[in-house]
Design a protein around this ligand. Structure first.
Ligand SMILES: [Fe+2]
Length: 799
């Protein structure tokens, strides 16, 4: 075809879209992105309200991208009642399944292929088989009128874990949710014949055609009775727990068996031919992976395999391009780019400019969740790095935070790993050649499962996306930087949208998500711009100071306050213990004086897991307070100077931590862990649970302990592995203080100020005869303002 011929192709049913080709470039506008309404059609099946207006808007925008005002070739499917405003020279039609077939084949790298298209039905059937080659085009070789889509998705209607929808919506969202759930279940072989029989009934041309709701209900009811579900009710039955999950697993198996029942003959007939799949059913990554294993990886599924790809498929069918076409990022640009400056005038946001990937990777590595925006949007239902939420899969809580507090999805739904193609074998057993479109699963290698919990699904798989630099330069480069600060090169990638919404197309939606969810920042790649909720930019800056650390696992992160009496104690006692602690932890922060920090930084030079937080002001405070304000003077406390020193270093330190938020914590909890040493026989597990419960909603916990606690066995690997979200800080050998207190930045700072004020007051009154007096008074004054917990002693027997 002539390279300057403008072809415009529109599809109007659910997942409606308009695709355009002109002078070597492709554009695809999906109606859902234009209207921010998921899966919407233009003029058919869930149509938009004023479809003529929407059609005109989209086609006007498309033509405005070119230097032409008329269309050479106009193609449509399912677009009744639409009258184009543009002129066109020629009108061409393609049937639904031929469009699916062209959509997958011409985007594939293959010169020839065996193609299966299967879905919930279109104007050319349900399950078609084609062969194709680049010169001869696409040929239909068989068709089966078996619907695999409807019987698969409809069972979601009865499973309690899946949010109930109307069937028009459920038809398009149920199947993916069911697929995520089935890994919790077990296939019941004894049920399988009933499921196969159930699927068989959705043969739309044979004797068992199920024409109406009543017949469908009868089929479902029969199945439920056969597998032992009693009193099944179409409206009210919501099956829970293992039974529901086993149904999901068994229907998945039946779905796969049916695919192979039809496909087997052709897979055997063309054993060496690569396979292309398309149609909504090709979103089933479990089937795709099974097929890929069987075909030595030579299986291709396009990014737009559902009906969102029909408009593009029609166009490709007409063009029959000689070489592979890449539509992965042919979607819309950000549509309100000009208004970003206006949005950011809102004081709810803060921005930092010129943020490079090195800093972004460090920030992500620390556990922050970033919405990443670049270039044109993905075409198809998967976000592949241009409108993605990206974070570190090594953070244990990440899956729950994303599901509950960012994406608002069902608890069981998995998140996808994103990895460089050349590194895929390090982390995964992957059976395909390439998986840039997230259309297969891979088995997470055993040694990485616990290290990347947020992308490891219940069945130890991940719905993988591989990337090369050619495919997505920015994402590839971000991975390169991430590898430098992390012990793994895998990012978690999920679509940048809220539940029930399509992948976003506007900054306004991105900022809404930033404002209303646990999303930490938005990164606009072309502008190197980071956008935060006002105040959160401080965490970003802090994350860079901390940077270059290995994986942050809160289980094995320890913050240690080190104030030895003298160099001898530092060398003889602290350093050997610190070395052991460093071996056992993934990250350690040593809070100490400048003097000791110099010694320790030589000891741990080059260990990127160790960082220092130095407090230069401590001696100054010590001298002022002791020499300047008291008659007793420093000497009197010389013998116990460390003892005394630690008492006031603590509140100062606490305040510094609070003010600078060095640990990026929002919610803090302090405990004197010296009470947890051996000999006190406290029930450590119980106490840690109390502490974790306090901290769990709103951030991390920070603990303080005395040297006894520090030296004791409680900080061994077993302790660290047992406890979640735990950080401990060690100070010197103070008297046990059997209370913990907790609070946010403001209340802790108030407490710290109070603590200092009390100390100063008693010092100026020369009444600090006994340190215990001071502690007691300080505590007595404070308890009106704070909730203190007394850690009860428990009997040896009970412990
Ligand atoms: Fe379809």
């Amino acid at each position: 075809m002539s390279s300057d011929k403008l072809v415009l192709s529109a599809y109007g049913s659910h997942n409606g879209a308009v695709a355009m080709y002109y002078k070597g470039q492709y554009w695809v506008v999906e109606a859902e992105r234009w209207l921010n309404s998921k899966n919407i059609g233009i003029s058919n099946y869930m149509p938009c309200r004023n479809y003529q207006l929407v059609f005109d808007e989209i086609t006007e925008w498309l033509l405005s991208q070119t230097d032409k005002s008329h269309v050479d070739v106009y193609m449509t499917g399912y677009l009744p009642h639409i009258k184009p405003k543009f002129r066109y020279n020629e009108m061409v039609g393609v049937d639904h399944h031929s469009a699916h077939a062209a959509c997958t084949f011409y985007q594939s790298p293959y010169k020839e292929a065996l193609i299966f298209t299967f879905d919930g039905g279109g104007d050319a059937g349900y399950f078609n088989v084609y062969t194709a080659d680049r010169t001869g085009g696409i040929k239909l070789i068989d068709k089966f009128n078996q619907d695999l889509g409807f019987p698969y998705m409809i069972l979601s209607d009865y499973l309690a874990d899946i949010k109930k929808e109307s069937l028009s919506i459920g038809n398009l969202v149920y199947a993916g949710k069911l697929m995520g759930l089935c890994s919790y279940g077990t296939v019941h072989d004894e049920w399988l014949p009933f499921f196969l029989d159930f699927y068989e009934k959705f043969n739309y041309m044979g004797n068992s055609y199920i024409g109406g709701a009543e017949a469908r209900h009868e089929a479902i009811k029969t199945l439920m009775t056969q597998i032992g579900v009693e009193n099944f009710d179409f409206e009210d039955t919501r099956l829970e727990g293992q039974l529901a999950w086993d149904i999901a697993a068994t229907t998945q198996r039946a779905f796969e068996e049916f695919f192979f029942k039809f496909a087997r003959k052709y897979l055997d007939q063309y054993p060496d031919m690569p396979v292309c799949l398309a149609g909504g059913c090709a979103l089933n990554v479990l089937l795709n992976t099974r097929l890929a294993k069987e075909r030595n990886g030579k299986v291709f599924i396009p990014p737009n395999t559902s009906d969102c790809g029909i408009a593009a498929g029609q166009l490709l069918h007409y063009q029959a391009p000689e070489h592979q076409v890449d539509l992965t990022y042919s979607g819309l640009p950000i549509m309100d780019a000009n208004q970003l400056g206006y949005y950011l005038e809102d004081r709810q946001y803060a921005t930092i400019e010129n943020v490079g990937f090195e800093d972004l990777a460090t920030y992500i590595h620390q556990g922050f969740i970033v919405g990443f925006i670049q270039g044109n949007s993905e075409h198809g239902s998967r976000a592949l790095g241009n409108r993605s939420i990206i974070c570190n899969p090594g953070i244990k809580e990440m899956k729950d935070i994303l599901n509950e507090k960012v994406k608002h999805r069902e608890w069981y739904r998995p998140f996808a790993p994103l990895v460089k193609l050349e590194h895929v074998d390090k982390y995964f057993d992957f059976y395909g050649d390439d998986c840039r479109h997230m259309t297969f699963v891979a088995d997470v290698k055993e040694e990485w499962r616990e290290k990347m919990p947020a992308i490891t699904h219940q069945d130890n798989t991940g719905r993988l996306q591989t990337v090369t630099r050619w495919q997505n330069e920015a994402i590839y480069d971000l991975l390169t930087e991430f590898e430098k600060v992390s012990d793994h090169g895998v990012l978690l990638n999920t679509s940048f949208n809220d539940n029930g919404k399509p992948i976003l197309t506007r900054y306004s939606d991105a900022l809404n998500l930033l404002r209303n969810t646990k999303l930490d920042a938005v990164y606009v790649h072309e502008r190197k711009l980071m956008i935060f909720k006002n105040g959160d930019e401080r965490k970003f800056k802090k994350s860079l100071e901390v940077g270059g650390l290995s994986d942050v696992s809160l289980d094995t992160t320890v913050n240690v306050l080190v104030f030895p009496k003298d160099d001898a104690e530092l060398n003889d006692s602290f350093i050997p213990t610190l070395k052991k602690l460093v071996d056992k932890t993934e990250r350690i922060t040593i809070v100490t004086s400048v003097h000791d920090g110099k010694i320790l930084s030589n000891v741990f030079a080059g260990n990127k897991n160790v960082r220092f937080h130095l407090i230069p002001s401590t001696l100054h405070y010590q001298n002022t307070l002791i020499h300047g304000k008291t008659k007793t003077g420093f000497e009197q406390y010389d013998r116990d100077s460390t003892y005394f020193f630690s008492l006031f270093i603590r509140p100062f330190w606490v305040k510094e931590v609070m003010r600078d938020n060095v640990f990026n914590t929002k919610y803090h909890l302090f405990i004197d862990l010296s009470y947890m040493e051996e000999g006190y026989n406290y029930n450590i597990t119980r106490d840690i649970k109390v502490l974790s419960d306090f901290a769990k909603d709103d951030g991390d916990a920070v603990g303080i302990t005395g040297v006894k606690g520090f030296k004791s066995t409680v900080f061994d690997a077993a302790f660290l592995n047992k406890n979640e979200r735990w950080k401990a800080v060690v100070d010197s050998d103070i008297a046990p203080w059997p209370y913990i207190f907790y609070g946010n930045v403001e209340t802790i700072e108030w407490f710290s100020n109070h603590f200092e004020a009390m100390l100063l007051w008693w010092l100026t009154q020369d009444r600090v005869g006994k340190l215990e007096d001071y502690i007691f008074m300080s505590y007595a004054e404070s308890q009106h303002h704070y909730k203190f917990l007394e850690l009860e002693k428990v009997d040896d027997n009970e412990a």
